[in-house]
Write a protein that binds this ligand. Structure first.
Ligand code: AMP
Length: 137
């Protein structure tokens, strides 16, 4: 399917919509999930326009996973977290709701996860968690 450049994450990348950012470089952006499944739920997205993991050029995938690892380490250190669930949903059948490829970093045990994209989080609490992650980067 053709990439829709009006999706929420494309608009965040163009600064048309706000996001609580924790990391950004010329290829990747990491920001807090607005409806977290656990405290510190963070999203890492490549800047290249790709809808799913299957559409992502291998070089971009390789670079993005390096930043996924970097941010995961910062979550672990900054939030004193022991385990992180990495989730990547490709395709609406798999539950993908935003059609720009993204990696979820969810500091939690899989057994404790709440429902996906179900409830808006407390923005001030999310900002405070983002500051701790940024400080650990
Ligand atoms: P997925 O269902 O895998 O496509 O995940 C999309 C994620 O994006 C969900 O966890 C949502 O909570 C999250 N989300 C949706 N809109 C925003 C937004 N404006 N800022 C941050 N996270 C968002």
């Amino acid at each position: 399917m053709a990439y829709n450049d009006q999706n929420i994450f494309a608009r965040i990348l163009r600064d048309e919509l706000p996001a609580i950012k924790v990391y950004e470089d010329d290829q990747v952006l990491a920001f807090m999930d607005i409806m977290p499944q656990a405290d510190g739920h963070t999203l890492v997205i490549p800047k290249v326009p790709a809808e799913t993991l299957l559409d992502l050029p291998p070089e971009a995938a390789a670079y993005t996973i390096q930043i996924v690892q970097k941010v995961a380490k910062a979550i672990e250190t900054g939030l004193d977290v022991k385990g992180i669930v990495l989730m990547q949903l490709s395709g609406s059948s798999a539950g993908q709701t935003v059609p720009h490829v993204h990696f979820h970093l969810i500091p939690s045990s899989i057994h404790e996860l709440g429902r996906h994209a179900a409830q808006m989080g407390d923005q001030e609490k999310i900002k405070a968690l983002a500051e701790k992650i940024k400080a650990a980067l």
